[in-house]
Design a protein around this ligand. Structure first.
Ligand SMILES: *Cc1c(COP(=O)(O)O)cnc(C)c1O
Length: 367
């Protein structure tokens, strides 16, 4: 199999899901597995479901269309008006913020003879999607008065745009809105979708869980990290994904460039503090394949720079030669870039482990 390729360990995805599902079940919170970073891969989605996710979510209709039609599928970005027909045929539910979209969605669902579930997203301070708290009652009335939409619940999304941290104060605003909506209309909301992977820490530790009963998890399941501080989550594997690249040049080169320096292709050239020579390799990977931010080289090696098609590494004292392959770990941005690059192939592996052979969950031993 040629490089560059992204290798996906489906067993580790399943195991990460299981750990999170079990921890959250102790707090009566369900998990929706979010597949957008893997472009709706049906096998990754199946691993999430095998790990206990109750449904799947993706930001794009094209990705949702790849998924198993028998499980709940939520469009987690407000639908494009130009796509409402596809949305009601492909997704069982969608997150919504715009009365105009909701009206068109209702028309499309009515036209198709389909019931479509709506979760209204509430703005709690991160300033990406969400209806202002004062405008939620009107949006609720629009959904309740619709012909083919069902108000499934309320939700929120924090951290993605401005890094706003979910806490008791902002989440309480959502929970009070849920209570008021139910009391005012005499209804029960089935879903209070409390957030993404950034809400995990709050959900697992708060003494005031309130009404939140569902989280939409992508990064934490796939990479075993939490987005607020980009730290590994205890008990999860961080190596379900690896990017493999091939070395095309190895040479001992001076540690410092010579000649007059101006800008490099991608801006300021890197600072050089080392002296003497170092063993440098070029890997056939570039910014067209992966983001330099979040690209984690093997232990003992470091990234010196990356242009469109060349990744320059300090090999340390590793005895690598031309033609050798190297495995890189990936942060979220690097994963998304690699998954969407036309140059990177994908290999999804399942070791077909039975629960008995899985061993203890702690650590990331099976590799
Ligand atoms: C991407 C996204 C998620 C999943 O976020 P992670 O940080 O990957 O868990 C959840 N909800 C919405 C609305 C999203 O856009």
């Amino acid at each position: 199999m040629s490089a560059p390729r992204i290798e996906i360990d489906l067993d580790l995805v399943e195991r990460n899901t299981r750990v999170l599902v079990d921890r959250l079940a102790a707090r009566d919170i369900r998990v929706l597995g979010v597949t957008k970073a893997v472009l709706g891969s049906p096998r990754v989605a199946a691993a999430m479901l095998a790990g206990g996710a109750i449904g799947l979510g993706d930001a794009r209709v094209e990705n949702l269309a790849r998924l198993d039609g028998s499980v709940p599928r939520t469009l987690i970005r407000s639908p494009m008006i130009s796509q409402v027909g596809q949305v009601v045929r492909t997704a069982t539910a969608s997150l919504n913020t715009e009365p105009a979209v909701i009206a068109t969605l209702d028309d499309a669902a009515t036209h198709a003879g389909i019931r479509h579930d709506v979760i209204l997203m509430v703005e709690l301070g991160d300033l990406r999607e969400g209806i202002a708290v004062d405008d939620v009652p009107a949006a609720v009335r629009v959904v309740l008065a619709s012909r083919s939409l069902r108000l499934r619940g309320l939700g929120t999304n924090l951290a993605c745009q401005n890094g706003v941290v979910p806490d008791d104060a902002n989440m309480d605003v959502l929970h009070r809105l849920v209570d008021r909506t139910e009391a005012h209309h005499g209804i029960t909301l089935d879903v209070v979708s409390g957030g993404n992977s950034a809400a995990l820490e709050w959900a697992l530790t708060t003494a005031r869980l309130g009404r939140t009963d569902e989280l939409r998890l992508g990064e934490s399941i796939l990479l075993g990290t939490e987005p607020l501080r980009r730290t590994p989550i205890a008990g999860l594997s961080t190596n379900a994904f690896a990017l493999v690249g091939e070395i095309i040049e190895v040479a001992d080169k001076p540690a410092r460039p010579w000649g007059t320096q101006a800008l490099a292709t991608y801006g300021e050239p890197p600072a050089h503090s080392a002296r003497g020579t170092r063993r440098q390799a070029i890997v056939a990977l570039g910014r067209q394949d992966v983001d330099i931010v979040g690209l984690l080289p093997p232990d003992g090696m470091s990234v010196l720079g990356m242009s469109s098609d060349h990744l320059v590494l300090d090999l340390g004292d590793h005895p690598m030669t031309v033609g050798d392959e190297l495995r890189f770990g990936l942060g979220y941005g690097a994963l998304v870039r690699a998954m969407t690059s036309p140059f990177v192939t994908r290999v999804e592996r399942q070791v077909l482990a039975t629960p008995d052979t899985l061993g203890p969950v702690a650590g990331s031993a099976r590799r």
